[in-house]
Design a protein around this ligand. Sequence first.
Ligand SMILES: O=C(O)CCC(=O)C(=O)O
Ligand SMILES: [Fe+2]
Length: 316
Amino acid sequence: MNATLPRILAKGHELDVSDGSFGELRRSDDINGNFPALRQRFADDGYLYIPGFLDRAEVIEARRSIVELLAEKGMLDPAYPTMDAVKSTTADLKHLSDPRLAVDFMNSLSRGNQRLLRLLYDGRMIRHFEGFFGESIRHFDFTWVRTMGKGFGTDPHCDNVYMSRGSPRLCTVWVPYSDITYEIGGLMILEGSHQQHERLKNYLSRDVDRYCENKPEEKRKIESGEIPWKWGGVLSTNPYTLRQNLGGRWLSAEYRMGDILIFGMRTIHASLDNQTHFYRFSTDTRYQPASEPIDPRWIGENPIGHGLAAKKPMIC
Ligand SMILES: O=C(O)CCC(=O)C(=O)O
Ligand SMILES: [Fe+2]
């Protein structure tokens, strides 16, 4: 079946799409609402892919809210319909790649955006996590809104290194705001990687906001805000060789609006390169049991994120 796939690129590397190296995410729409079965599947696979979980019309409205804001910011090519979200070839898009600017930019797309916030923090998403955790839940207040133009996808990583100062049961939900072909490039998960924590324990014990206070140059650059972090949390910059080393297949899908993908803090994921002139939009949001501690970087009206207030010195 994989023989029919197009060229699939991640970080500029063409992925091996043979059956042993690449495959489709296992669907869980057949057990949606069956919480014991979902918990078991999540423990087995490290993720839950639930096609059609959200109301597609509501996702389209959320997409509209994002593209309208991008149009106002001059980030779209006005020669095409706004809803097509074709990337402007002339706009300055530094804020998409600089992590310090990206936080403000994401906030500008999500703050007060009811069409987006209702979808993510109301209704079926909340009911799902209440059922899944079997208790009342809490979500991070920060909403990661990804605007990916033509170019590289996200490097392979686990979310733990960005948000491990609270509940270990924290879950990420990744939501696409367009139908995503392999050429536009959505999220992929490394099969079985949630069970590799022994092998990954050095990586998983790290926190991007820690720095070495006994290294004068590092201390100066972090404390002055000259660099956002010494290490950006990436596990590998080459998804092709990472898979060869760790085993398992890269699993992805041609997502449709309404689909969601849930995964845990220790599941390795990355995204495919966008080979088109259309933006790829997605959000990633976080949910956990309300009774457990929460990572203070991501809550409140103005989350500190990876800013100076998040930095923790250590002796290395
Ligand atoms: O959408 C992407 O490219 C990355 C998303 C991600 O890392 C996440 O959902 O945790
Ligand atoms: Fe992530």
